[in-house]
Ligand binder design. Structure first.
Ligand code: ARG
Length: 276
């Protein structure tokens, strides 16, 4: 019964994600036409990817999962946030236009491996397992896995999670680490963090483990919840590119270093995250 309800919730969410996807792809197609005219005039910079597809050197397709404020979220039909701004700044440095593709978080690695997208900026944590499939740039931010509970909860830190139902976003580090530490049976994975938070509000789970900044945003948007002070893990966010795409990796690392050096990255982060 519970499983069925989950399936229904997941199906509903897919439907709404698809709706989001179409709005993002309509804005994507606007830049795609700009891209094709640009590539017509710059065919000399055409390069072959490992998958054998020809891509122009002028457009960078960023893949993300835009349900993760303040890193990526919708403002109207626009995807905004720290990652979107950083990608734009990188594009400006490299003289490339950036377009954004929104998809499920668990599709991102495959999408970059197959060349559907050029890079992932999604508050994605560098992990040894992911490094077997993609290359990561230098880190551009630190992430923390935090615990959200209801205000009256008896859970005060990671140790108290034992034996409780934990909600997570599917395929995230929160999902992976909680399954390892507390057993898969105690972990319920949702397509988005917002859905996990919804499950917490309705008592389907006792806690949600998710990155700290989205956790704060979700708690702010929902009454009766709090983020615990105790951190579960501390992680590095970086940009993922296809293993074969060493040229893009090098370009991104050089541009990233310059943007760190001149304070651009910090000012983008400060624009979205106010220091406590
Ligand atoms: N940092 C976590 C991870 O890499 C969660 C990232 C989720 N990002 C998103 N855009 N939904 O697994």
């Amino acid at each position: 019964m519970k499983k069925l309800a989950l399936l229904v919730a997941a199906a509903l969410m897919c439907a709404s994600m698809a709706a989001c996807g179409s709005s993002s792809s309509s804005s994507g197609s606007a830049s795609a036409s700009a891209e094709s005219s640009a590539s017509a005039s710059a065919s000399a910079s055409t390069e072959a990817t490992a998958s054998g597809e020809e891509t122009t050197g002028d457009t960078l397709i960023m893949g993300t999962n835009a349900a993760f404020p303040p890193y990526e979220y919708y403002e109207g039909d626009q995807i905004v946030g720290i990652d979107a701004d950083i990608a734009k700044a990188l594009g400006d440095k490299l003289g490339m236009e950036v377009t954004i593709e929104d998809m499920d978080f668990n599709s991102l690695i495959t999408a970059v491996q197959t060349g559907k997208i050029d890079m992932v900026l999604a508050g994605m944590t560098v992990t040894p397992d992911r490094e077997e499939n993609v290359s990561f740039t230098d880190s551009y931010a630190t992430g923390i896995q935090s615990i959200i509970v209801t205000e009256d909860s008896e859970i005060t830190g990671p140790d108290d999670l034992e034996g409780h139902k934990i909600g997570v976003q599917e395929s995230t580090t929160g999902h992976i680490y909680c399954s390892d530490d507390y057993g898969e049976d105690n972990v319920i994975a949702y397509t988005t963090g917002a859905n996990a938070v919804e499950a917490l509000k309705t008592g389907k789970v006792d806690a949600v483990v998710i990155d700290n900044e989205p956790a704060k945003a979700f708690v702010e948007a929902n009454e009766g919840l709090k983020v615990l002070d105790t951190e579960y893990t501390v992680e590095d966010y970086a940009i993922a590119v296809a293993k074969e795409n060493t040229e893009l990796l090098d370009k991104l690392n050089t541009a990233l270093a310059e943007l760190k050096e001149d304070g651009t990255i910090q000012s983008i982060i400060d624009k979205y995250i106010t220091a406590e």
